[in-house]
Write a protein that binds this ligand. Structure first.
Ligand code: CA
Length: 508
């Protein structure tokens, strides 16, 4: 009898464990590796037709390795500042629809004041929300919740910046994450240094102090490294529990404050470049080391063949002079940087590794935009039939990953009825559309248009609005139709008290 029972127990054990291992064997693990404020040229991986001086300056060997194992996207877009991009990623909505059009921080409070000419609309300054009834939020079924519902262990690591302080989404655990490592409402770290307890040693700046990570306080460790160690710990636990994992690895790097990563700083100083740029380059390489450490870990655990990695940045490099600092990046040949509707503000380094699906060392010029990640990663994970309270704007880029020839025939949209940053090209309250090689920027303050042909003029130096009136009118109408469709908010012209007109109305 006893032996029969033992046999039964053993049989059940094998059935259960084989189900579990099948489960993890068929469901791929997914890592979204999101860098903060990293520009399109801040890497040794060339994303343009030629290698630039910046590609030679920055050293990102692990991005090179990821590109060798995956597909490089030369025309991947985000919004021009943090929270709009992050909310689009987590909800699949375009910023014009979700209305978290600027970066968030304090509840019911503008993060940036109005300018002289325009009054900002009542945008969703509290960010996104997984629950109804929170003022000034975009209600949505969050991406990690869908992974969790599908049986994934969901791990948030690093910068969240998805909801204002004292609102639910300031805590990633409300968004379907099982684990939150160091994420909260703020969009920058008080300090990158463990010896400064990541900003927790400064009672004047508690808003920016990185939460958690107490075991590293006082230690000589850089934030990017601490986050990586913690993320690997969390993935190890998921693996030991035979659970597939969704890791949102959202580095605080390479956002300001520009604080050198001492593991890599000296070799950049030795090159004789500006000290702020050297510090920035060391932060970029520290972030790249994190990518390499995670890839090494996956290989050691034999998880690399069943793990998808998507690399992305949330907006362009901060090419203007940061407050109290010096210029640290450039984005050239692109124009302008963070906060701008020009390419320097929105075009990002993107790489996707999808073992056995994506051809290694491949490249695509098909364009994509940040909200496309939402349907894409769910499709890659085989999660279908899901329901969301929000309407999804993103379109899956799986066909591109499968090597299909996807022409750039859909319009992409940006809408930013706010402003951030110093003056410069593309800075300020704008709407924009790209279709094929053409791009139109509409400046709300003076109703000015810029029309560029990006194929001929990637630096956006030749405004062709007067030369190609048909293209101008066509794009203005497409942009207007979309803004109307999603009920996009326009700023108010202070001189008249009226809403700024949609672009096609100006051209009538
Ligand atoms: Ca950012």
């Amino acid at each position: 009898m006893k032996s029969k029972l033992s046999f039964l127990a053993l049989a059940i054990f094998f059935i259960v464990s084989s189900c579990q291992s099948n489960d993890t064997g068929t469901k791929p693990n997914v890592i979204i590796f999101l860098v903060d404020d990293m520009g399109w040229q801040d890497t040794s991986v060339p994303f343009w037709t030629q290698q630039t001086a910046f590609n030679r300056l920055y050293q990102t060997p692990n991005m090179e390795r990821l590109a060798r194992e995956g597909m490089k996207f030369t025309q991947a877009y985000a919004c021009s500042v943090c929270s709009p991009t992050r909310v689009s990623l987590m909800t699949g909505m375009n910023a014009a629809r979700h209305r978290v059009t600027n970066w968030t921080l304090r509840k019911d409070t503008q993060s940036v004041g109005d300018d002289n000419l325009l009054e900002q609309p009542k945008w969703n300054m509290n960010g996104m929300s997984p629950v109804e009834g929170i003022d000034n939020t975009a209600l949505a079924t969050p991406l990690p919740q869908l992974f969790k519902n599908a049986g994934y262990k969901t791990i948030h690591t690093g910068k969240a910046h998805l909801g204002a302080m004292e609102t639910p989404a300031s805590d990633p655990l409300t968004l379907g994450f099982d684990v939150n490592i160091a994420g909260h409402a703020a969009g920058a770290p008080g300090s990158y240094y463990g010896k400064n307890s990541f900003g927790n040693d400064n009672p004047q700046r508690t808003t920016w102090a990185v939460p958690g990570l107490e075991k590293y306080y006082g230690e000589d460790i850089y934030l990017s490294e601490a986050l990586t160690l913690e993320a690997i710990d969390a993935v190890t636990s998921a693996n030991e529990e035979n659970q597939p994992f969704f890791l949102y690895m959202a580095h605080y790097a390479v956002h300001t404050p520009i604080q050198g990563d001492d593991r890599f700083l000296q070799k950049y100083i030795d090159q004789g470049i500006d000290s702020t740029e050297a510090k920035y380059a060391s932060m970029v390489e520290g972030m790249d080391k994190s990518l390499g450490d995670i890839m090494n870990f996956l290989e050691q655990k034999n998880l690399d063949d069943n793990t998808i990695i998507l690399f992305m940045s949330d907006n362009g490099g901060l090419s203007a002079v940061a407050r109290g600092g010096e210029r640290h990046t450039h984005n050239l040949p692109l124009s302008s940087g963070k906060g701008s509707a020009r390419e320097g503000g929105i075009r990002e380094p993107m790489i996707v590794k999808w073992p056995k699906k994506v051809r290694p060392n491949s490249m695509t010029d098909s364009y994509v935009i940040i909200e496309d990640f939402f349907p894409s990663v769910l499709e890659m994970a085989g999660i279908d039939g899901y329901k969301t309270v929000q309407e999804i704007d993103g379109i899956s880029f799986v066909p591109i990953l499968e090597g299909k020839d996807v022409a750039n025939t859909r319009p992409l949209f940006w809408h930013y009825p706010n402003r951030w940053g110093p003056n410069g090209p593309g800075i300020g309250s704008t709407s924009a559309v790209r279709l094929g090689d053409w791009k139109l920027i509409y400046y709300h303050a003076n109703r000015h248009f810029e029309l560029f042909n990006l194929e001929a003029d990637i630096g956006e130096s030749q405004n062709l609005a007067d030369t190609y009136p048909e293209e101008l009118n066509k794009l203005a109408q497409i942009l207007t139709d979309y803004l109307l469709e999603v009920d996009a908010q326009m700023p108010i012209d202070k001189s008249t008290g009226e809403l700024v007109e949609y672009p096609a109305e100006i051209l009538k």
